[in-house]
Design a protein around this ligand. Structure first.
Ligand SMILES: [Zn+2]
Length: 154
């Protein structure tokens, strides 16, 4: 049900997803396109993954991913986008996600950002077993025969 809508042009097919659709199982490219978080896994977890990506501490990373994909190599990149990404990531205390010497070019940085979001959404929507509460002994009547509220009337 989560996929039953028309996403914006170029956007992930999962309902409400803020990322570009960059992966498809259809080799002809005419099928549904998903972001890395929604590509694999059960459709039943799509909404939970979308919710995580839209959180205040994650959405700036998602916006940075989209900006790199949309603007790298264009004049906009050098005219503000690169700086905007840097400010955005620092604002959420994620300076660790800024480009570094270990990234192999822009693709390495983009991959690191995408894997960060993928890790955050990995367990989304999965149910976990909840231990039932332990029962304890009960003080009081254990048999109905001990409780005779109308004994005087008999
Ligand atoms: Zn998505």
């Amino acid at each position: 049900m989560s996929d039953n809508h028309t996403p914006g042009l170029g956007m992930c097919t999962a309902f409400g997803c803020p990322r570009f659709g960059t992966m498809s199982a259809d080799t002809l490219g005419s099928g549904r396109w998903y972001c890395g978080a929604h590509f694999a896994g059960a459709a039943s977890s799509n909404d939970a993954k979308t919710q995580i990506m839209r959180r205040d501490q994650v959405m700036p990373i998602v916006e940075s991913i989209n900006d790199i994909r949309a603007c790298y190599g264009t004049p906009a990149w050098e005219n503000g986008t690169k700086v905007a990404i840097s400010k955005r990531l620092k604002a959420i205390d994620r300076a660790d996600l800024l480009p570094n010497d270990l990234d192999v070019g822009i693709q390495g940085w983009l991959l690191r950002l995408e894997l960060t979001v993928e890790r955050l959404t990995l367990d989304a929507g999965q149910q976990s077993f909840v231990e039932p509460p332990k029962t304890v002994g009960i003080d009081g009547p254990t048999h109905a025969a001990e409780f005779l509220p109308y004994a005087e009337e008999a």
